[in-house]
Design a protein around this ligand. Structure first.
Ligand code: GYE
Length: 320
């Protein structure tokens, strides 16, 4: 009897120790800290993948693919249970993903997609529908332009396009969705297109170049692939003596707090929501993948569009 109790206690103690050692070891390679969206995304991931259930190894690639590849190789060397990462660009992953597969480590893509010929190189992708976000930005523009036509603003609409990181899934897809929709109306033309790498500083710099090239009166609309670049561009527009939101209409993507503040101030016309708070959903996917349960190949996040007239009311509800 005593023996049974002692054994039972021993067994339990051993079980606790085993449970600790059993934390799911996750290697997460983040793109960087280029935008408000990204910092909110990092916070969400770190808050969801916590001990004792998870043992998170987090690595920031500072927007460089070579750093991400190094991080993935180090995760493979440490034999983590699951790799999750947000690929800075779409191409160039085949080799390192094959190494992960050879080591039997499942890969979960978060936020951004990769372009690989072998689909078995990753288990699932959780993220937004960037093509749809581009379409939404363009639909807002068509509707807003239609409502202005009656007040005499007909004629060609000259758009400048501030692109995200060259070769990244959101830059490629947002452009495709935007073009698909504005292509339906011949009055809309993209007159300039350049990358601002998703940052405020570059957004400002590129907008200055756009204004120089097209002249003060040469731009009707700015489409920025994220809010941070729009916010940088707003500064450039103001410094050129123009009124952002009025002289140049601006639509961007993400829906971060800074965008709501800019809309409230009348300087940004609309933002298309892209939700960065993927942490809890990512944690669930990792649990399932680790337990060998089947997961959907593509998990999408639900999102909307917000305009200036909604900004003041919505601002207190925003979580990023
Ligand atoms: O829109 C941008 C960030 O991949 C969806 O990356 C993400 C994009 C987001 O830098 O702000």
């Amino acid at each position: 009897m005593l023996c049974a109790v002692v054994l039972g206690a021993c067994g339990k103690g051993g079980g606790d120790a085993a449970a600790k050692a059993d934390a799911i070891r996750v290697g997460f390679s983040q793109v960087g800290a280029e935008s408000e969206w990204r910092t909110a995304n990092t916070r969400s991931v770190k808050e969801a993948l916590v001990a004792p259930e998870f043992n998170l190894k987090f690595s920031d690639a500072q927007q460089k693919q070579e750093n991400q590849i190094k991080a993935l190789r180090s995760f493979i060397a440490q034999d983590v249970d699951v790799i999750a990462f947000s690929p800075v660009v779409e191409s160039g992953w085949e080799t390192v993903l094959r190494e992960a597969k050879a080591a039997n480590i499942p890969v979960v893509l978060t936020d951004r997609a990769v372009d690989v010929s072998d689909d078995s190189l990753y288990t699932t992708l959780i993220g937004s529908d960037f093509v749809e976000e581009g379409r939404r930005a363009a639909r807002w523009l068509l509707e807003d332009s239609a409502s202005r036509k009656s007040s005499g603003a007909a004629g060609p609409v000259r758009i400048v396009d501030l692109q995200g990181t060259v070769g990244s899934a959101p830059a490629i897809d947002r452009m495709a969705g935007f073009k698909e929709v504005i292509g339906q109306d011949p009055r809309f033309a993209i007159v300039r297109s350049q990358s601002g790498d998703f940052t405020r500083a570059k957004g400002k710099e590129v907008m200055e170049a756009f204004l120089k090239a097209e002249g003060r009166d040469g731009i009707d609309v700015l489409f920025a692939h994220n809010d941070d670049m729009a916010i940088g561009a707003i500064q450039a527009i103001e410094e050129a003596g123009l009124k952002p939101g009025e002289d140049i209409r601006i639509v961007s993507i993400d829906g971060v707090r800074g965008a709501f503040e800019a809309m409230k101030a009348g300087k940004l016309n609309a933002t298309v929501e892209c939700n960065p708070l993927l942490g809890p959903q990512l944690a669930q996917i990792i649990r399932d993948v680790h337990a060998g349960k089947p997961v959907a190949r593509r998990v999408e996040v639900e999102e909307g569009v917000f305009t200036r007239d909604q900004a003041a009311a919505e601002l207190p509800n925003r979580k990023y």
